[in-house]
Design a protein. Sequence first.
Length: 145
Amino acid sequence: MNMEMINDLRPIKLKHAKEILSLLISKQFEFDILCVTDKITFNPSLPEHITSSFGELILFSLANYTLSSALIENENLIFEAGFGEENFGSQVSVPIKYILQITHDETPLFINVTATFEEPKTDKEHNETPKNPFELNPRNKKFMN
């Protein structure tokens, strides 16, 4: 899939994910989300002995108290969860655009093919997004108008 198609799909996938999450939360219907770990924030931060076990992706199960605390704020899914043997409590904030999958009982309800692709960087001089990867390398500027 090319970057233009991915960039065109991003807002559609974000809207779709928000709609599905809103429905699940409003109905208090248990679900799981698979997310890109390094895009998630924890408040308070989790201890190292917990975060060291995380991979590139993390699966959260939203049920019971975690589900009842869930809400969508701006472009984030926010909920409270306990981690590790000591059930260390933290508020989790997941940018919805980095949710790869939403499932219920292992049945996919949503898949986001754009979640693992980095968003294009903007050109600070012209405040526009480069049209192709060639433009992202500063050494290539001498070949452009």
